[in-house]
Ligand binder design. Structure first.
Ligand code: HMG
Ligand code: MG
Length: 304
């Protein structure tokens, strides 16, 4: 019998999912979402981002979100990483109690400028003091790369460009590099070419897939990456989300769809799909939108 594969799911709904919502979302709703996700078995829940509130107003309550996170006794062993674009954000995150942060770069120069107002090289230079401060404080750092297949401003992105920045992030000390198809234009062929190039520079075991589902290819891209050996995926409950600096991009692959797919493949995720579906239905109702998860809609219809 083949051993059961274990897949780690990083739930990015409270951050990637909510950052682009035009309506103000009360901090209490964000915290209730995080609690429901933890209760469904998620162990990595990206809670918020310490970016400029002028750039992303929806994340302005980052310190309040951190202050209201569930205790270790309530949900043992749950990580609540946060995004930090620069040292200012890192220091604020650590002051608010963050034990893990994520820096975010891009494989496209134009996207880097639009998203964080600097070149790729400047972004890496900004991360260096974060890495040093994180090491001193015992904080883990994850690295993100946006536009790993395509960019809303530059079009197709060369796999080698992704491999180069992935190697830089790993070399800086990121424990894992999450590969973001920000605008969801990837398919199993283009994602496969990108992964081949990246895995030649950074071991597959240190890579994560972060697929937005704009063109409905999220699950297919997860499957292709899983077949190539990726065992960490980012997703967003009910498929919430979109990047404020990638016009028209929709949310991440829905966590419910990801769990359904992985469990169907015989992999273990530690997640209770029924509880997750309830969580997705709840947040979709709170936001007044239809869930982006086909699996959740099907399972809810089956319940009657
Ligand atoms: P900037 O304007 O170049 O920054 O923005 P600056 O250093 O010149 O400072 C300007 C002002 O911002 C100053 O305030 C700073 O104090 C303040 P003022 O003196 O004018 O009052 N400031 C900050 N305030 C709070 N927190 C901070 C911070 N830094 C400076 N950390 C900056 C540069 C990076 C700050 C800005 O561009 C920014 O916040 N960008 C974030 C954009 C963002 O959050 N995008 C979405 C997340 S990435 C994503 O979704 C992709 C991902 O999901 C993967 C994928 O799908 O591809 C991860
Ligand atoms: Mg994203």
């Amino acid at each position: 019998m083949n051993p059961v594969e274990t897949v780690r799911i990083v739930e990015v709904g409270p951050r990637d999912g909510l950052q682009n919502e035009p309506q103000p979302i009360p901090t209490a709703t964000k915290l209730a979402l995080i609690r429901r996700l933890a209760a469904a078995g998620l162990k990595d829940i990206e809670a918020t981002s310490f970016v400029s509130p002028k750039w992303v107003p929806q994340m302005a309550d980052h310190a309040e979100v951190m202050a209201g996170l569930p205790s270790e006794t309530e949900f043992p062993g749950v990580n609540y990483p946060v995004l930090t674009p620069n040292l200012k954000g890192f220091e604020a995150a650590v002051a608010a109690g963050a034990k893990e942060v994520a820096v975010f770069a891009a494989a496209s120069e134009a996207f880097s400028q639009k998203n964080i107002n600097c070149s790729i090289a400047e972004s890496v230079a900004r991360f260096e003091p974060i890495m040093a401060a994180a090491q001193a404080a015992g904080v883990r750092v994850r690295g993100y790369i946006s536009c790993v297949v395509g960019c809303p401003y530059e079009g197709a992105i060369a796999p080698q460009a992704v491999a180069e920045i992935a190697w830089r992030l790993r070399d800086l000390g990121c424990y894992e590099v999450s590969l973001g198809d920000t605008i969801g234009v990837g398919n199993p062929a283009s994602v496969g070419r990108m992964l081949d190039a990246v895995a030649a520079r950074v071991p597959m075991a240190l890579l994560a897939g972060h697929f937005h589902d704009t063109y409905g290819m999220g699950a297919a891209n997860v499957y292709a990456s899983y077949a190539m050996g990726v065992r960490v995926f980012d997703s967003s409950v009910a498929g919430l989300g979109g990047c404020p600096y990638a016009k028209g991009a929709t949310g991440n692959v829905a966590t419910e769809d990801l769990v359904w797919l992985l469990h169907g493949l015989g992999a273990s995720t530690g997640i209770d799909l029924d509880a997750l579906v309830d969580c997705g239905a709840w947040i979709s109702a709170e936001l007044g939108r239809v869930s982006g998860s086909r699996v959740a809609r099907a399972l809810l219809a089956r319940r009657g």
